[in-house]
Unconditional design. Structure first.
Length: 256
């Protein structure tokens, strides 16, 4: 591992190979792109598809990867300034692809599960798993949840699930009334807006699937509107200008 440089930096995952290969997390100086540190994640399964992008919060870097089809895959935590290994939490997965985890206030949230449709909440400082919760329907992989001060928001296919951030209890599910299954995955993230609105793609979707956009109203638990046009990640992204700090890093396209 290389020593750290200036505090201002970006972080990117680095992958290689086609089946078993070694994954690397690299810290770059944001001013000039020079590499300041790197960390070898070791052998990964097809990591070009199964290694997430990084999330950064409170001076920590969070990366999700899959070493094997098992219940002990690693959720990594590194020091942003030095690249030093801090923690490794574990979750279940088999052949899942990962969007970025969502980190905020010493916690990190991600979705996976051996058969998909599981949301995990971890303590990033102690490495403890606080909870794991099944979604109300089923998404295999590819999703980042959204987070505010009280809840974690997870699209489970037929509904947006609202999960208590502290306990992991599924508080309620707001139905997607126009749901039509197109795949097993959902390569996206909910976007939290003002006035109780949540914006998201409707139905399961692959990386390039064109899907309608909907606005769900958490106050009335109804669909406020549904786009006539279908949108895909390749062509457009949607952002909310009034999200919380923890969710602004999760645009609908899935990369910050």
């Amino acid at each position: 591992m290389k020593p750290a440089g200036p505090q201002k930096r970006t972080v990117e995952p680095s992958t290689g190979g086609t089946w078993q290969y070694r994954g690397t997390v690299r810290g770059l100086n944001a001013a000039d792109g020079a590499e300041k540190w790197n960390y070898d994640l070791g052998s990964q399964i097809y990591a070009s598809g199964y290694l997430s992008g990084p999330a950064i919060s409170d001076g920590l870097v969070h990366v999700t990867s899959m070493e094997s089809s098992s219940g002990t895959n690693p959720q990594w935590v590194f020091d942003l300034a030095t690249g030093a290994f801090k923690q490794q939490m574990h979750f279940a997965s088999q052949w899942s692809t990962f969007n970025q985890p969502v980190a905020s206030a010493g916690s990190v949230y991600m979705s996976a599960g051996y058969y998909g449709n599981v949301v995990y909440g971890f303590d990033a400082l102690s490495g403890a798993k606080r909870w794991e919760t099944f979604g109300s329907y089923g998404v295999w992989a590819g999703e980042s949840p959204a987070v505010d001060d009280n809840y974690v928001y997870y699209y489970s296919g037929r509904a947006l699930d609202v999960i208590d951030r502290g306990t992991g209890v599924l508080v309620r599910s707001v139905a997607d009334s126009g749901y039509q299954q197109q795949s097993y995955d959902w390569f996206s993230a909910p976007v939290l807006g003002s006035g109780g609105k949540v914006f998201l793609y409707s139905a399961n979707r692959t990386f390039y699937t064109a899907s309608q956009l909907i606005a769900l109203d958490l106050n009335t638990e109804t669909t406020s509107w549904r786009s006539i046009a279908a949108f895909s990640r390749r062509r457009r992204r949607m952002f909310s200008t009034s999200t919380t700090a923890s969710s602004t890093s999760s645009p609908m396209g899935g990369t910050a």
